[in-house]
Design a binder for this molecule. Sequence first.
Ligand SMILES: [Zn+2]
Length: 200
Amino acid sequence: MPRLAPLALALTAVVSLALHAHEPHDHAHGSHNAAAHQHGVGTLDIVIDGQQLLLELSTPAADLLGFEHAPHNQTQRDQLDSLMNTLRQPEKLFALPAAAQCSLDSAELHSPLFALHEHSSDDAHAQHEHHHGHDDEHQHEHADITAQYSYSCITPTRLEHLDVTLFDLFPGSEKLILQAITPQGQQGGELTVTDRRVRF
Ligand SMILES: [Zn+2]
């Protein structure tokens, strides 16, 4: 199992390149530019390669959390903890056909907010709030949240569709721009609460 992780990473990198290299957008070098994101709109990249299924979800933090700054208080720290917990359980975000028998190999979360959150002690937060509590209010920086999931599927031929259920949990997420590479080829599209099924 541990051997899958580097493979998944390598595949994700290749896929990111393949999917984004020729994107007509003007943002730099194919990476998602957090400063340019539009609230309510995220991306979902899907790769099916042999028995491996890779999902990469990237959304503005605001869509999942309601804010995009480092947590200011215990309530916001709890919100962030709760979100990270949820994101580590992709069965709450995506529904896969049981017949495909996919099992999760890894879940990786990335966000500047998580880094700020985990590298700060509560004492530091308390001091920060006390002395500088108002400074953050004047910053209007954007932050993305990215989650990467790698699955192994025993019967990938039965992976005929994927339903995005995260719209139910996160009403702030209104639309996901889909890009998929599967044995059937490449496909794009838009997913919403009323049009949430990807067919392979
Ligand atoms: Zn934003």
